[in-house]
Design a protein around this ligand. Structure first.
Ligand SMILES: C[C@@]1(CC(=O)O)C2=NC(=C\c3[nH]c(c(CCC(=O)O)c3CC(=O)O)Cc3[nH]c(c(CC(=O)O)c3CCC(=O)O)/C=C3\N/C(=C\2)[C@@H](CCC(=O)O)[C@]3(C)CC(=O)O)/[C@H]1CCC(=O)O
Ligand SMILES: NC(=O)c1ccc[n+]([C@@H]2O[C@H](COP(=O)([O-])OP(=O)(O)OC[C@H]3O[C@@H](n4cnc5c(N)ncnc54)[C@H](O)[C@@H]3O)[C@@H](O)[C@H]2O)c1
Length: 201
């Protein structure tokens, strides 16, 4: 897979997850953070997923998968522990549906990246299935390199970028300023508002 990176808006979108084990739990965590509308079809659930359904964070059909479950789903994740069931899920999907098969990277239309957020910043790592363990290691290393302070920094950048774009500066001045406030030295200086006001009158 050559792999094209995008950020999907899943708010309110219907996502079907087949299986309720450890892998389903991990995928569902990310899907709920993205505010997707998650339906799980599985005869059993992990205790964490049971809590999610009790809190109405997702819908659970306590039974085996049926092909019609895939109807109307924007994304389908097959994470049962049976490769036959996972293949049946794939076969039930229409060509336009995004499908992730936990035990069949080549047969999936997308892979899940190892990702974390700092406010508006998302950092994700993919090895295209070569080594999920390497993706996890790099994600952990990057998490250490990009401190929690980046969360506030992204909100600061979001606000001042708007001010810069709407200002009467010419386009070269705007680009220079936008690059300056995104630089490592600016980030490290702290007092971002004060430093910005010195640069922007
Ligand atoms: C990143 C992450 C996101 C997530 O799942 O949310 C993710 N796998 C994670 C962890 C992980 N997965 C596995 C191990 C055990 C050690 C090892 O195998 O290295 C660990 C490590 C651990 O658990 O620590 C085993 C494994 N994974 C896949 C197969 C099937 C196969 O290869 O055939 C098997 C063998 C199954 C078996 O035993 O049969 C397949 C996929 N796993 C992917 C993503 C996609 C490619 C990502 C990429 O290459 O970058 C892809 C293709 C499809 C997909 O699932 O989307 C998440 C880390 C989240 C985080 O911590 O940040
Ligand atoms: N992609 C990844 O990151 C990754 C990592 C490890 C394992 N895997 C693969 O993911 C799959 C699931 O692993 P796991 O550790 O979560 O397994 P698990 O045994 O913890 O969970 C399997 C779940 O599938 C459900 N299930 C079984 N038959 C079903 C059916 N007919 N319909 C609906 N649900 C059904 C079970 O009730 C259970 O909830 C395995 O195929 C494994 O090889 C993928």
């Amino acid at each position: 897979m050559s792999g094209y990176s995008i950020m999907l808006d899943l708010k309110g979108k219907r996502v079907l997850v087949v299986g309720g084990g450890k892998v389903a739990e991990r995928k569902i965590q990310g899907l709920l953070e993205a505010e997707a509308n998650v339906t799980i079809v599985s005869p059993s659930l992990t205790s964490k997923l049971v809590r999610h359904t009790e809190q109405n964070l997702c819908i659970w059909h306590s039974r085996e998968f049926k092909p019609e479950d895939t109807m109307d789903a924007y994304i389908v994740v097959a994470a049962s522990n049976s490769s036959e069931i996972n293949q049946a899920v794939k076969e039930a999907c229409k060509p336009h549906q995004l499908v992730n098969i936990a035990d069949d990277p080549a047969g999936s239309s997308f892979h899940t990246a190892a990702a974390f957020k700092r406010g508006l910043l998302t950092i994700s790592v993919s090895t295209s299935g070569a080594s999920p363990s390497l993706a996890v290691r790099l994600r952990r290393e990057l998490e250490e390199s990009y401190s929690q302070e980046y969360e506030q920094f992204t909100y600061f950048l979001f606000d001042v970028r708007k001010k810069i774009i709407e200002s009467s500066l010419n386009s070269n001045q705007k680009i220079k300023l936008l690059q300056e406030i995104a630089s490592d030295s600016f980030f490290r200086a702290g007092n971002w508002e004060d430093e910005f006001n010195k640069l922007f009158h």
